[in-house]
Design a protein around this ligand. Structure first.
Ligand code: 26Q
Length: 822
């Protein structure tokens, strides 16, 4: 393990101040008198970037000289958030910069707010990639992140009259101080066209792809600074550009002009991130995006490999491991086969041997609608040679299946990469399992379900290939940087080495029942709640009581995550108060943050309903401030950093079996929030760590969900049996929350009754509502609650992303750290 000290600053306050002023003058062409916060922010970034680039150069040199094996993390999304505070922390320069800026009359908190989030991801999967590259750099592991340089990240959410409006996100509009363009490493990517079959000497069949168009991939590097600043790895993001080069061969292909008309323009490819978290869109541009960044990245890797090893492919799999973040980069598998077979002219078996030692695949979902499938016809049009290769992979795989299950055609149909039917589809999950040497789920329970229900036959066919790596989060961002109050308290109590060895937090457990420490811990929580209260006031003009329970649900909006279950409970509480003004409850503030996919009607209706119910409750004097509801718009990494430290209660209430892992659950518990949740995803492991007394588990288990489904779940039973459920659902049909617009919220009731309540909201309602009463009771015992909160922080050691990376390194990647020579 790394040394256990705070990073020691590489430069002092005077030097930092001088660097900021130099950049104000020489980089930004302004001066101390004219500079606004934006200019100060940029100058500060430039000052720290000097250190970053120094570290980057040393790292790249060390990796090159040591000819290190490296992991290449392929991900369509990297949800980085802001980088300034992180980079300062990791160089141990936060206090230095704070002091320097103070002397210049600038508040560091103000300039940190100037940085736009790098929101190049939808949610959990993208943020996981960001936490992983932080841990990789911190643990001094040779690693590169590869992805797409989207011009527009995830849309900015505005709320107009309660409804979500999407606005473009232009994160680079005024320049990004971190990224470095590398025109010397531009790659070309082929698309469309046709395949010519030729016969070489010795009768070998040669395939030549004559592309219809070629686009350029321009790499932008974002340096990734490890804690203590020793290793600086890179995140390489590809931007598409027109190449000006056109393959005229294509005119030999019939029907070309027709096909050409539908072609996307080169610049469009990296224009915008698809916002469809957890649903398969099947859009041509999305497939082109995936192929574009995979092809650029593979060529980049091969160029680097050849520089050291020439044309000797025998060591490729020793030097290169590629982790596929879900199936989004799965087209890499046939692309590497194409390069090896068609370009390097390796035999199929040799090429396949290399491929299946290079790729590993992480599955993030069991939801059928999220499993990627592409029409074979679409692949054929865009990547004609790749479709042939996929068929060849499948042909050989079918022979394997026949060996294991002779004559079993049903089994072949089930396992085939190709789904037959009206329209032939390519199953990217099957391709990924077959083309990888390791496949992992993201939490114990999820991985068990991957084995038992998603890919049981693959588990039989390839024993040991399917495994688990429980997700994690970087404690540098999600405690040290976002919660300075708690971090300093922890430093004082148990020392400063926990950011690199999160199990050290265990040391807090023995103070959990210590009254003085409880007071200190809850004082920090209160201060964080005051900051969030201020944010809520500024953003929504809602006054909240900081002595209320801050109950936080932050995640993408999806039926399976069941924000509407929380909403029904809020309505039930409201109704109880209206029926009994003395209804006994501790004041509570329900805080939400969630974006809905723009085309996901019901998800948007739920956002609208939360806002409409909020309007009514927040302004109803009969509620007497016992309940407030605050939906904070535009949930994103930088907002999460303000919400998480202020949370008392963490809502993790997905239908059991649907949330692969969850990572927000870990961030909230780490910051001393107590979870109310189902036995789903990583909640199960959080419960194991904190113990049953320090978490509120409720609701159906996976087994019970399946049993209820099998026996014919009927939500109407709950509607008629439970008068409160009936009253609350009927309420949605009136115009009580939407004056003059009766029925505006009815789609939620319809989905829960007429549409069969696919996520069993009604089945879990009573258990949830009772668990919330238990939370209320527990909170009123101040000492007991403080103890629970402290235990939650103390027991989160397992969920550092350093542990996840350690698991990947040992079980999958087989990497060694590389010391950086100074
Ligand atoms: C698919 C097709 C077209 C366009 C977009 C997409 C798409 C994009 C993003 C599909 C899925 C995603 C993201 C999925 C995701 O974030 N999954 C979450 O991954 C986390 C990290 O493992 C888990 O903790 C969550 O449980 C899981 O939901």
């Amino acid at each position: 393990k790394a040394t256990k000290t705070q990073p020691s600053p590489v430069i002092d306050k005077a030097a930092f101040k001088a660097a900021v002023i130099k950049h104000l003058h020489c980089t930004l062409g302004t001066d101390e008198n004219k500079a606004n916060n934006h200019a100060w922010w940029k100058a500060t970034c430039a000052a720290i970037q000097e250190q970053v680039l120094e570290g980057l150069r040393k790292t790249q040199k060390s990796h090159y000289l040591n000819d290190t094996r490296a992991v290449h993390y392929f991900s369509a999304e990297f949800l980085m958030g802001r980088l300034l505070s992180n980079n300062l922390q990791n160089f141990g320069l936060f206090d230095v910069a704070n002091g320097a800026l103070k002397e210049l009359g600038v508040e560091i908190s103000d300039i940190l707010e100037e940085e736009p989030d790098m929101a190049l991801g939808n949610g959990g999967l993208g943020r996981l990639a960001a936490c992983f590259i932080d841990s990789l750099a911190t643990m001094e592991l040779p690693a590169i992140g590869y992805g797409i340089h989207y011009e527009h990240g995830l849309f900015r959410q505005e709320i107009k009259s309660g409804a979500q409006i999407e606005r473009p996100d232009s994160w680079r509009h005024y320049g990004n101080p971190w990224e470095i363009c590398r025109p010397e490493s531009i790659q070309e990517v082929s698309l469309y066209g046709y395949v010519e079959t030729k016969y070489g000497d010795n009768g070998r069949v040669l395939k030549e792809w004559h592309p219809g168009s070629i686009v350029k991939g321009v790499p932008w590097d974002i340096p990734i600074v490890g804690y203590e600043g020793k290793t600086v790895n890179v995140l390489r993001l590809w931007q598409s550009e027109a190449s000006g080069y056109f393959n005229w061969d294509v005119f030999n292909a019939g029907g070309y002009v027709d096909a050409q008309r539908e072609n996307v323009s080169a610049e469009t490819i990296s224009k915008v991130l698809y916002p469809n978290d957890e649903t398969e869109a099947g859009k041509e541009l999305r497939l082109i995006q995936q192929y574009f960044f995979c092809s650029c990245s593979l060529k980049d890797i091969i160029r680097r490999y050849k520089r050291a090893h020439g044309d000797d492919w025998s060591r490729f799999a020793d030097q290169v491991v590629i982790q596929l973040n879900d199936t989004h980069p799965a087209i890499s598998i046939p692309e590497l086969m194409r390069i090896l077979v068609d370009r390097a002219e390796l035999g199929w078996d040799e090429a396949w041997g290399i491929c299946t030692k290079v790729f590993a695949y992480t599955n993030h979902t069991l939801l059928p609608e999220a499993l990627e499938k592409w029409p074979a016809r679409m692949i054929e049009k865009i990547l004609p040679r790749h479709l042939e290769i996929i068929y060849e992979i499948n042909h050989r795989f079918m022979a394997e299946v026949d060996k294991k299950w002779p004559g079993d055609n049903a089994m072949k149909a089930k396992l085939s990469i190709i789904e037959e039917g009206n329209e032939k589809m390519v199953r990217m999950g099957h391709l990924s399992v077959i083309g990888s040497f390791a496949v992992n789920g993201v939490a114990e329970m999820h991985s068990r379900l991957v084995k038992s229900s998603l890919f049981p036959e693959f588990d039989e066919l390839y024993p040991g290939k399917l495994t688990n790596v429980t997700n994690g989060i970087t404690p540098r961002r999600w405690l040290k940087a976002c919660n300075p109050g708690l971090s300093k308290l922890i430093d004082k109590k148990i020392g400063e080495d926990w950011p690199l060895d999160l199990d050290k937090l265990q040391g807090l457990a023995k103070f959990a029942s210590n009254k003085t420490f409880q007071k200190q811990f809850m004082k920090v929580k209160l201060e964080n709640k005051e900051l969030l209260a201020e944010e809520i006031r500024k953003s929504l003009d809602i006054e909240v009581d900081v002595n209320a329970i801050f109950d936080v649900q932050i995640k993408r909006l999806h039926e399976y995550k069941r924000q509407h279950l929380a909403l029904l409970n809020i309505m039930a509480l409201y109704r109880r108060i209206l029926e009994n003004p003395d209804y006994d409850m501790h004041p509570r503030v329900f805080v939400f943050g969630a974006k809905a996919a723009p085309g996901y009607k019901l998800a948007k209706d739920i956002i609208y309903a939360i806002n409409k119910v909020a309007d009514k409750i927040n302004n109803d004097p009969r509620v007497n401030n016992k309940i407030k509801v605050a939906f904070l718009p535009n949930y994103r990494v930088s907002l999460a950093e303000k919400m998480i430290p202020a949370a008392d209660v963490s809502e993790q209430i997905s239908t059991a079996g649907k949330e692969a892992s969850g990572t927000g659950n870990m961030k909230l518990a780490l910051n001393g929030a107590v979870t109310i949740g189902t036995l789903d995803g990583a909640n199960v492991e959080i419960a194991e760590e904190v113990g049953d007394d320090n978490i509120f588990i409720f609701g159906l288990t996976v087994e019970e969900v399946n049993e209820l489904k099998a026996n014919g779940y009927n939500p109407h039973d709950y509607y008629y049996k439970d008068p409160e459920i009936k009253a609350v659902l009927d309420w949605l049909e009136t115009d009580y929350f939407t004056p003059g617009k009766p029925g505006a919220l009815v789609s939620i009731k319809q989905s829960l009754l007429d549409n069969g309540d696919p996520y069993m909201v009604l089945a879990d309602f009573r258990a949830y509502s009772d668990a919330q009463i238990a939370v209320d009771t527990a909170y009123r015992d101040k000492e007991r609650w403080a103890e629970m909160a402290i235990i939650n922080t103390a027991k989160m050691g397992k969920f550092t992303s350093d542990r996840s990376i350690r698991d990947y390194v040992e079980r999958v990647w087989k990497l060694s750290p590389c010391k950086i020579e100074s």
